[in-house]
Design a protein. Sequence first.
Length: 368
Amino acid sequence: MQNLLDLEPAALAQWLAARGEKPFRGRQVTRWIHQRFAASVEEMTDLAKPLRAALARDAQIRAPRILRDTTASDGTRKWLLDAGSGNAVEAVYIPEDDRATLCISSQAGCALDCAFCSTGRQGFNRNLSTGEIVGQLWLSNRTLLQDGVDAPWVEAGRAPITNVVMMGMGEPLANFDNVVPALRTFLDDNAYGLSRRRVTLSTSGLVPWIDRLRDECPVALAVSLHAPTNELRDHLVPINRRHPLESLMAACLRYLERAPRDFITFEYVMLDGVNDQPEHTHALIDLVRDVPCKLNLIPFNPFPGSGFATSPRERIRGFAHALQDAGIVATIRKTRGDDIDAACGQLAGQVQDRTKRRLASRVAPALH
Ligand code: SAH
Ligand code: SF4
């Protein structure tokens, strides 16, 4: 049974063409799924009945199942989604006055093991399929419409979600082959029609894949920096040992040649006493001097056993001011949804069958 959410618009057109359908059918079915949020072929009422019956035999629209649906006091809403075998991932809806953003997951767990990240702490289970990634956007739009969400752009006939950030669970560039078709679906005019500036991918810095993204599907890019020196970054973001800061900065400059925005967003999580001292400010200013960028300072969101604390508010402000005085655009990220553990880095799902654990138990005997 083909899950139609797994097919980006061009692939859906090909799939239909292989069944002898005309090219316009691809556009028609794409719009039914991604603009009218049809949940089955039967809902596509302007398709002739025999065609609907034939498609329904071979195709489904199958989004992840919602396990839990929680809304925070600030309106942030988190869906816990079934990823099979006891695993779950999360998608977070963040409404604002002039837009609504969906934070999407790309993997169940993450193998990259950043020191301050609760997803990383759980280890890696598996990559999400294209259908599971697109399904998060499809499902939240459909659910919000069913709930009668109130926003001026929805009244004007647009979908509830206006922006997508790939900042949920997982490292999106480590799941490149499934993520890129999902991005293309977000951008396609017959699907979600989002502009490249409204789709942001956040990466911890997989340099070769940043180059591939630039060539194949450039969207707005956020890079998780978190430390201004290799010594500290090796410790906080271990992938830095393979792709150190010099090569990461060079990749950012190459990306900007094709990027939809003329800056890279650098994310910098503020960890008390770890990366928030004057020496770090100076090193950071030196590091990003030649890269057009915006620095987004993220107050660390604690989780049990993390071993880190959030920098005091005043220190975060001082850090931002020092960057601004050096001519760097720096903002402090508003923490949203923290009463439902929906803030950055708190997405935990319930990842089981942890590869890291399994590997550890296989490797450990050899060490003794
Ligand atoms: N894997 C990608 C995208 C997902 S994480 C990446 O690392 O960029 C999205 C952002 O949240 C990253 O900048 C990540 O470093 C940050 N983050 C992770 N744990 C956090 C925590 N506990 N508090 C605040 N931000 C955190
Ligand atoms: Fe993975 Fe990103 Fe968490 Fe690092 S911060 S462990 S790359 S999800």
